[in-house]
Every structure is written in C-alpha cells, then in structure tokens.
Design a protein around this ligand. Structure first.
Ligand SMILES: [Cu+2]
Length: 113
C-alpha cells in the first residue's frame, strides 16, 4: 500500500503535467525583455530574430498596462498587473509597433530580422 504522501505527490505531478500553462511558461526562453515602468516601455525599441519570444514585465507598483499590437491585427489583450508578464512570439520579419491599451501614448516597437 502506498502512503498518503506518495499519493499526494502523484496527484501533484499529474496536475503539473496536465497544466498547459505550467508547460508553456517553463519551455519559453525569451530572447528579449522589456520592462514596463513609469508609463514607459524600456527599452522602447528592440530588435530580435524571427522565431524569438519577447517578454514584457510590469514593474509598476500599482498601475496595470497592456501590450497591444493593434496594427498587426492582434485583438486587445488583457491587462498586465504589477509583477505579471506578457509573452509574444515573433514569427515574421518586419517592424511591429505596439502601444498600451489604457494609455495609447505609451508606445514601443519590435523589429524582427
Ligand atoms: Cu499603460
């Protein structure tokens, strides 16, 4: 007979394997990082390679933001709250401007080569 704690470990492992979010977060290695702080995207302009993933991190104390590639045809994404991140894969070459949904004056651009 297995102990209760052994059963618990099996259940936890099963949950980890079944969770698509856990798998995705672990497998993605961002090629570039953008910090969101004081109503700015820093750096405001970045260049990555085709196939790269960029990670935005909201480092504000209280303010939420979003990273919206509206010109690329993306639907408006959810807000990123302090401490949260947003990941986007770039699979085509080009220059992709974006802005914050709630604060359209916050802009950035990703160049993909
Ligand atoms: Cu914003």
């Amino acid at each position: 007979m297995r102990s209760k704690s052994a059963d618990m470990i099996v259940i936890l492992l099963a949950l980890m394997l079944l969770s698509p979010l856990a798998g995705a977060a672990d497998s993605v290695q961002p090629a570039a990082e953008v910090e969101i702080i004081k109503y700015q995207f820093l750096p405001q302009e970045i260049t990555v390679k085709i196939g790269d993933t960029v990670r935005w991190t909201n480092n504000e104390k209280r303010q939420y933001h979003s990273v919206w590639f509206e010109q690329a045809g993306d639907p408006e994404p959810g807000y990123i709250f302090p401490g949260e991140t947003y990941l986007r894969l770039f699979d085509k070459a080009g220059s992709f401007p974006y802005h914050c949904g709630p604060h359209p004056e916050m802009t950035g651009i990703v160049h993909v080569k």
